[in-house]
Ligand binder design. Structure first.
Ligand code: HEM
Length: 499
């Protein structure tokens, strides 16, 4: 019996190997043999090598060319035309459920994980008004208030030659407080003097487990079904997740019990749009909790990351920092009076700087996988069979020397040239097409206000000793945990008040 089972198993494995190597519709695409056989090729780099698949992709494209087979049924491209075929014009391609329901297994009913195009359109139509430019301008003062809190904390605790600020944590604290206040009119209040609120520490730690969650989503189902106290006891690092979830549930339960209380909330929130939608079925309590997790997750680290990267390069290259400050000082002579977003966004150097920060910080560094629909589709000049999973990390788009000359140099000046249309077409920090980031208006506003205030009000100096000079994409200076993790991101700065 044992022998029979072994023979059957060997026969099965042999047949799968033969099929994947010789008969699978993707068998003519180049790539490592092991990747053609198993999805665990990518899994190995993601989990065992700590987010190193992005570096491996760079190597593979050098060896095999612009299109490579990175899994039995997955192709990765390094070709700007392919990017636009998949995302910009790719409304027929849909999100790949295995990926989204895996890494978002704590919030599968939130917008980010919705794969069906009609369902996504429905949800976007509910959330869209909350994140329109008009809505962002209407809530600008709530964003500015949080930035004022950040400025006060830095002034009170760090304007001294004896202390320094870890900017990544300062930025993540302010962006978390902004997104929670903006969405719920209830800030998470993570802006604390040491910028070490447990939510911040927890999120960064849990972020590094995103690949475990992606490949073993059932672990999340288990923890979400178990009593919260047991989860916290078994996994102390889940504490902030459990507490955050309980906080969302409390607010949502209160609103469901007493919908009239919506009118007494300080300002418009997502619940004004999501509770009792006019032309859609009411969203369940679970869906509301998942949406809250999605918006906070998508809207905090991303902006914090762009701020961390931009500040690093503005301080590393003093010329960039000087130009920023000169422009800000001229436009904003009295720093005690706030300067509005609509004025800041007209400043050419600040605008160029923010675009460069977004280009360099990439946004979402992992390729965002899409599935080819019912008919073969042309992508980057290749006929791709239905059912194939395709993708391209926007790091390859942003670091393409044919469009962004000397791409590994952080250079805001590139955006000050006459014609930036080709660069703008390939500028995709928020992705493109029907599933483009829904929070991009809010993100731009935050970036102008945060950079504007920080560089106008403080003179910052990088603690050189802590800085790893490597900023090119060919070295292992970054990790792909869906968001990028920069190995130098924990740099610290000395701060002086600018007079
Ligand atoms: C610099 C800041 C930001 C960057 C670089 C960024 C980047 C992105 C990218 C690349 C996507 C596509 C992801 C995918 O298809 O898998 C996305 C989607 C999304 N983003 Fe952002 N984002 C930023 C800020 C925000 C903010 C402030 C919010 C707050 C509301 C937000 C909410 C979302 C949501 C809900 C989605 C899913 C949209 C959908 O699937 O239809 N993002 N973002």
């Amino acid at each position: 019996m044992y022998l029979l089972l072994c023979s059957f198993f060997s026969f099965y494995v042999g047949a799968v190997v033969l099929y994947r190597l010789l008969f699978h519709p993707l068998h003519t695409f180049p790539g490592p043999v092991i990747a053609a056989l198993t999805d665990w090729y990518e899994g190995y780099f993601n989990i065992v090598k700590g987010g190193a698949f992005i570096t491996e992709l760079e190597r593979l494209h050098k060896v095999y060319g612009p299109v490579i087979r990175i899994g039995p049924n997955i192709l990765h491209f390094n070709d700007r035309h392919a990017y636009h075929d998949m995302y910009t014009h790719g409304s027929t391609l849909v999100k790949e459920p295995g990926y989204y329901l895996g890494f978002m297994s704590h919030a599968p009913q939130g917008l980010l994980s919705i794969c069906d195009p009609q369902d996504a359109r429905d949800r976007r139509s509910l959330l869209g008004p909350m994140f329109s430019r008009r809505a962002v301008l209407a809530l600008e003062s709530t964003i500015q208030n949080k930035i004022d809190q950040l400025i006060s904390l830095i002034e009170e605790h760090y304007v001294s030659p004896h202390s320094s600020v870890k900017m990544s944590m300062a930025y993540r604290s302010v962006t978390t407080d902004i997104i929670t206040e903006y969405c719920f009119a209830e800030s998470a209040n993570t802006l604390t003097p040491n910028f070490d609120h447990p939510i911040q520490i927890g999120v960064r730690e849990l972020g590094k487990r995103v690949w475990i969650q992606r490949y073993f989503p059932f672990l999340n189902s288990l923890t979400s079904k178990a009593p919260p106290t047991l989860v916290q006891w078994l996994f102390p690092s889940f504490r902030s997740y459990v507490e955050t979830k309980t906080g969302y549930e409390k607010q949502i339960d209160g609103l469901i019990r007493n919908p009239d209380s919506l009118s007494s909330i300080d300002h418009e929130t997502i619940y004004h749009h999501l509770l009792n939608p006019e032309d859609q079925v009411a969203l369940s309590r679970t869906t509301l909790v998942h949406e809250a997790f999605t918006l906070v997750g998508a809207g905090s680290d991303t902006v914090g990351n762009a701020c961390t990267v931009g500040t690093f390069f503005a301080l590393k290259n003093q010329m960039i920092g000087r130009k920023l400050v000169e422009e800000l000082r001229e436009a904003w002579p009295d720093e005690d009076k706030p300067l509005s977003y609509v004025v800041l966004e007209k400043l050419p150097y600040l605008t160029a700087f923010i675009k460069e920060a977004l280009r360099f910080s990439v946004g979402v560094i992992h390729h965002i996988p899409r599935v080819v629909g019912g008919a073969p589709t042309e992508i980057g000049g290749h006929k791709i069979p239905p059912g194939t999973v395709v993708g391209m990390s926007s790091a390859f788009l942003h670091m393409n020397p044919d469009v962004f000359s000397d791409p590994y140099t952080f250079n805001p000046e590139r955006w000050l040239t006459q014609d930036t249309s080709t660069m703008m077409f390939d500028f995709a920090p928020f992705s493109k097409g029907p599933r483009i980031c829904i929070g991009l208006n809010l993100a731009w506003c935050e970036l102008y206000l945060i950079f504007g205030n920080i560089f106008r009000k403080f003179n910052m100096t990088l603690l050189e000793a802590e800085v790893n000079e490597r900023t090119d994409f060919h070295q292992s200076f970054k990790s792909d945990y869906i968001s990028p993790y920069w190995h130098w991101e924990d740099y610290r700065v000395f701060v002086e008040k600018r007079i």
